[in-house]
Design a protein around this ligand. Sequence first.
Ligand SMILES: C[S@@+](CC[C@H](N)C(=O)[O-])C[C@H]1O[C@@H](n2cnc3c(N)ncnc32)[C@H](O)[C@@H]1O
Length: 249
Amino acid sequence: MKYSVGGGTGKDVAIELGITNSLHLDLNNGWNALIDEIPSGADFIFSHPPYWDIIKYEKQRKKYSEYDLSNNMPYEDFIKKLDIVNEKIYHSLINGGRHAILIGDVRKKGQYFSIIKDMKWYGELESHIIKIQHNCMSNNKIYNDSSFIPIKHEHILVFRKNMIWIFSQKSTINIKQNIMTITEITWRDLIQATLEYLKNKATIDDIYNILSKSKKAENNNHVREKIRQVLNSNNNFKKYGNQWCLSIT
Ligand SMILES: C[S@@+](CC[C@H](N)C(=O)[O-])C[C@H]1O[C@@H](n2cnc3c(N)ncnc32)[C@H](O)[C@@H]1O
């Protein structure tokens, strides 16, 4: 079974492989992954959803659908919708069945979005194949800023269903923490951050005034001495008069 049939490549491949019982589902042929049931159980489902809104399938369809996963929408909404579809696909598999999903990464306004990392993973990951991405939208673009590595690949993840009643789901959590509140950090790293914060010019007292409030300083009675020792023993830190700065070349 193949969902997101689009231009029909999947059907052509199935015919070539002599597979006669495959289904090819897409909004283009009236099947809505967000609303409709998957019409049959299967031992293999290949899905090829839109890469967020990079290609607008509405244009190919010449018809707007509020359910189109390639509509303009916040990234978080796209991921939520993709999760709904992927969970639905997973539950429809027979035990031992596989879901292979082909999906790429996206870069927008300099920000990199890893769809495979942000979506939920249902079942056991069996394979992660990296494939060259042909006909990228970005291939024909000329960028003013060439200081980034263009996306030339996409991913095929193969998930296996290996339990009848229990299903596993894996998701990425994004935690933001302040380095002042942790102990798993070196004094060198804390001093580097302090110098950056102080616009790269500070005395030992300036650094001490900040770092004495850190979690790392809580159980250390010799914070000032530690700062001095780290500043003197790292080539990254340079002294001009009584001021220190960070020098990374
Ligand atoms: C990357 S394309 C798939 C291309 C396909 N592999 C081919 O051979 O052309 C993504 C497809 O997802 C379809 N799509 C978007 N939202 C959908 C939805 N809610 N339900 C079903 N299909 C959807 C689009 O119509 C589009 O054809």
